[in-house]
Each structure stands twice: as structure tokens, then as C-alpha cells.
Design a protein around this ligand. Structure first.
Ligand SMILES: [Zn+2]
Length: 400
């Protein structure tokens, strides 16, 4: 089995490779078409080889009044006066102490700007980390597949709280070479949120990470003579310096957002309706909001987002570039200079795929191609259900 070395960058744009001479030296480069969503959408696609309409993970939160960890919050339907930011922080912490066995990247996050009376409608989608057994309920991840074949792999850099790439990856030594070595570099995303991807702080970080990756590549090459190597990222980054206060928009129409079951994230507003009147009211207000649009069946089809039920919303409003909502479930968007999760059609939404081995023709590859490409390198069969393809050029004939 020829070993494989991969480097993953969270949120690296093709345009940024100019600051990364080592990565830029890879002979074969493609733009990575992202999924229409955030990390919680992208990671399952790249680890499972199927799109969201199969792996069913689109947002961090879903409507799930049965499985919610916040059943205790139902009392706040009658105790509205006690609901403020302070009590939300306190009760969230309290819930985590006895409920949280959640080992996912996001865990059970605080719903900052959501009235407590609505917390008990919602549950997190991820209950464990990407590489843990059974991360996805419907499909095996690449980690599950390799475990099934008893193929060993090593993941470096994905441990939360274990330090930056320079600590985790920089400190890694190749004592024993496993069939697959996976280096995970997560910081470009947060740098880009705070400074934009083209900001000097981020560019400096990219230069240093490029040197780190070059050093690891050299060290690996000294140990292994024949191996496949590829580098990929999940999405790009788009400057977003304008804001929309959706609470204000509702007030301007004589309504209060708090009357509706909703979740507001950086560039999505999702609603669940108790009756047709609620739907009509919300639709009428959102249709006046020219900064975005309500997603239709056509969008769900085009971006592989059709879901079996209303877990992600009876209505999903998408806020377009360069806008962000203020007062979201994550906070107040004050420090966000740049965002992702916009339409994958924007070139700025693209990530990268880089290889030393020739790739199939075409400007784009997809996140779902990562799993079949890796399995093929390891000499393992590609499961029939996989939506992606093997990206090595000599395998192009497989797909006509
Ligand atoms: Zn991000």
C-alpha cells in the first residue's frame, strides 16, 4: 500500500497561494467547489463522499423538540421576565455540566440571541468529532471506512485546545509511517474572519504555515520514497462589512421577531411556523429584504440540500454578500470582517485542491471527491453510493 500524505486547510482561497511558495509549487491545481453552508456542511461532505442531501448535515442546529438538551427551558415560556443574556449564559453552562457528553467541534454552543422559551425546540446536529466512530448516522466517514479495512491512519492538528498548528504539527515526529497521514490546519479561517483573508496578519500567518508544511513534507520525504500527496481546503472567504438588523426589519413592519420560532446565523434566518398566518407574515416581511432571498426547491435541488423533513426550517432566508446579520445565535458579528457560507457559485467561495500527481480536466473539483481520491490512492474500492469521483487523471476514463 502506497502511503498518502494530506494537508487540510480550513478556508484557503486559490488566490492566497501567491503567498505560499511551497504550496504554489504543486504542479496540479484545481479550484475546490464548496457546499452551500458552513463547516458543518463541508466536513461531512469531504469525509463521506456524499452531498448534504444524503449525509443530512447542513447547520449546527436543527429543529428537534424531542432530542433537545434544553427541555428544562420550557418553563421560560411562562417566565419571560427572567430571560436575559446573563441567565442564558448561566443556564447554558448549567446544562453543559450535567448533559454534555458532546465531543463535536462546536459541542453544544450558547444560543446567544435566542429567547430561552425557544431553546427547547432545538438540538445540535453533531454529537461527536469528525474522526470518531459513527460521526454520521447514515454513511461511514473515511475514518470509519479505513477502520473497517484495518488501515491505520494518523491525524495531527485536529485536537481542540492542544495548541496552534506550530505546536501540534510542528511538534509532530514521524516515528512510524502509517498508510494515511492527515495534517489539519485550522487557523486560516479564524484569521480570515478577524482580519480578512487578504489582511496582512492573515498573509503573514499563511507564509509561516507554508514553511511549516514544507518542513513536514521534507521530513516525510526523507522517510518515504513513493507516496501520494495532496492539499485541500473546504471553502474560501468573502469580505462582509455590511450589517442587517433583522429585529429592526421586523419592527419596521409592526412585528416582533421574538414572536416567531427562529434561528438567526451569520447569513441565514430560519423559521418554523405554528400556522399559515405566521408563515404569511414572515414571508411578506422577508420579501422586502433586498439583501437576500428565500431559498426555494430549485436551490435545494441545485445545491444538493433537499431534506426529508423540516429540521432545518420551514422557511430559510439567505442573506447575500456582503451582508451579515447582527444579533445572531453566535453573538453580535462585531468582529467578523469576512465570512463564508455564501453561494458556492462565487469564485471567492472556492477552496483549493493541490497535487503533485496529474488531475482530471476541468476547473473545479468538489469536496465529495476527497474520499474517493484518498481511497483510490490507498488501493481501496470506492463504494457505489459515493457522489464524488477519483481525481487522478488516469482514472478519468472511469467516469466517461
Ligand atoms: Zn469560519
Amino acid at each position: 500500500m502506497k502511503p498518502v500524505l494530506t494537508f487540510f486547510f480550513d478556508a484557503l482561497k486559490p488566490e492566497s497561494l501567491q503567498y505560499m511558495p511551497f504550496l504554489n509549487s504543486f504542479a496540479h491545481k484545481r479550484r475546490m467547489k464548496s457546499e452551500f453552508g458552513h463547516s458543518v456542511t463541508c466536513h461531512p461532505s469531504m469525509y463521506s463522499g456524499v452531498h448534504p442531501d444524503k449525509h443530512l448535515q447542513w447547520f449546527v442546529w436543527k429543529y428537534d423538540p424531542v432530542g433537545t438538551p434544553f427541555k428544562w427551558a420550557r418553563v421560560f415560556k411562562y417566565l419571560g421576565l427572567l430571560d436575559n443574556l446573563g441567565s442564558r449564559y448561566f443556564l447554558h453552562k448549567y446544562t453543559r455540566q450535567f448533559r454534555e457528553k458532546n465531543t463535536a467541534w462546536f459541542g453544544v454552543p450558547l444560543l446567544v440571541n435566542l429567547p430561552l422559551k425557544y431553546w427547547s425546540y432545538f438540538n445540535v446536529v453533531e454529537d461527536r468529532a469528525w474522526d470518531e466512530v459513527g460521526y454520521l448516522k447514515e454513511y461511514p466517514t473515511v475514518f470509519d471506512v479505513l477502520r473497517g479495512y484495518n488501515v491505520e491512519f494518523e491525524i495531527v492538528g485536529m485536537t481542540k485546545g492542544a495548541g496552534s498548528e506550530f505546536t501540534q504539527i510542528g511538534g509532530h515526529e514521524f516515528t512510524e509511517i502509517r498508510p494515511w497521514t492527515y495534517f489539519f490546519l485550522g487557523s486560516i479561517d479564524s484569521y480570515s474572519h478577524h482580519h480578512r483573508q487578504d489582511g496582512p496578519e492573515t498573509i503573514d500567518r499563511m507564509r509561516r504555515l507554508d514553511q511549516l508544511v514544507a518542513a513536514k513534507y521534507e521530513a516525510y520525504s526523507r522517510r518515504v520514497s513513493d507516496f501520494d500527496v495532496f492539499v485541500f481546503s473546504d471553502h474560501g472567504h468573502i469580505p462582509a462589512e455590511k450589517r442587517v438588523d433583522i429585529h429592526k426589519v421586523f419592527r419596521q413592519h409592526g412585528q416582533s421577531l421574538r414572536r416567531f420560532i427562529h434561528l438567526i446565523e451569520s447569513n441565514y434566518a430560519r423559521f418554523w411556523f405554528r400556522n399559515d398566518k405566521e408563515r404569511a407574515t414572515v414571508e411578506a416581511i422577508l420579501e422586502t429584504l433586498g439583501e437576500g432571498f428565500i431559498l426555494t426547491d430549485e436551490h435545494f435541488q441545485r445545491y444538493h440540500l433537499e431534506m426529508p423533513d423540516n429540521r432545518y426550517g420551514d422557511l430559510i432566508f439567505y442573506l447575500d454578500v456582503p451582508y451579515l446579520f447582527t444579533k445572531t445565535i453566535w453573538g453580535f458579528s462585531r468582529k467578523q470582517k469576512s465570512m463564508h457560507g455564501y453561494l458556492p457559485d462565487y469564485p471567492d467561495s472556492d477552496g483549493v485542491f493541490l497535487s503533485r500527481r496529474a488531475l482530471v480536466e476541468g476547473p473545479h473539483v468538489e469536496l465529495v471527491d476527497v474520499l474517493p481520491t484518498l481511497l483510490d490512492s490507498l488501493g481501496l474500492p470506492i463504494p457505489d453510493y459515493v457522489d464524488g469521483r477519483v481525481l487522478w487523471q488516469e482514472k478519468a476514463s472511469l467516469y466517461g
